[in-house]
Design a protein around this ligand. Sequence first.
Ligand code: ZN
Length: 292
Amino acid sequence: MTSSSSDGGHGPAAHTRPVTAPAPARGGLPPLLGPDDPPPVTVLHPDARGALLLVCDHASRAIPQSLGNLGLPEEQLGRHIAYDIGAAALTRRLAERFSATAVLSGYSRLVIDPNRDLEDPTAIPVISDGVVIPGNRALDAAAQAQRVETLFRPYQEAVAREVARVRAGGQVPILLSVHSFTPEMRGVPRPWHIGVLWDRDPRLPIPLLNALRADGRWRVGDNEPYSGRDTTGGTVETHATPAGYPNALLEVRQDLIDDDAGVALWAQVLGDALEHLLTAPDLATIHHYPRV
Ligand SMILES: [Zn+2]
């Protein structure tokens, strides 16, 4: 049997059941979110003055109470398939250091992945890293559309709003997407401490790669453990690439940031690496790097 699957990260996945265009709700669905559920998006420092804009697509492991944990046991909800362990805390620390706006998604990517094209079958994964998600099987169009409208769109619209706000203030937004990756995937260890993912625009990723490597302590992946090349529909590809804004996607190995000390260390490492390069003049310009 084939199914939609995701490795819980950014890699390719089998495509069998795309999330189709939202159909009108048929009126019979109860609300997805109740009064005790968290908001679909959190924006930190919404009045920040700088050009740096942090986004954290996989910040949260929360699942709406109405979905009953999607039929998964609690131990699965603490794993990388549910969220990017440590990424929210790292994003918050970086936002503090740079007094930067940060947009954090409020729900688990197991409910709907905000870093996916809606046509991507792993946007609502039926399998992730070998784990079947019972609550996502046999999901009808109305239920899919409800997740899109209630969770996916508010997050994406918040990112769009913050990007537009920076631009309206006369600056070119610098979009930095913060993620974490599991140290081992399907039995294969991943040796990198950190990876920088990028497509064609080298302005932020190349100096960042150089700065992290110059530190001397880390094994730094260039488009590892995933590639940012030729991807479509993710948050960076939607909000930065088409507009010609500088951008990069960070992947920190999750075991390095699964406690406060690790988060503090990596916020410092990344903060120090970013500190000087963020003021580079070429980051303040709009530049399109077409695919060849
Ligand atoms: Zn992620």
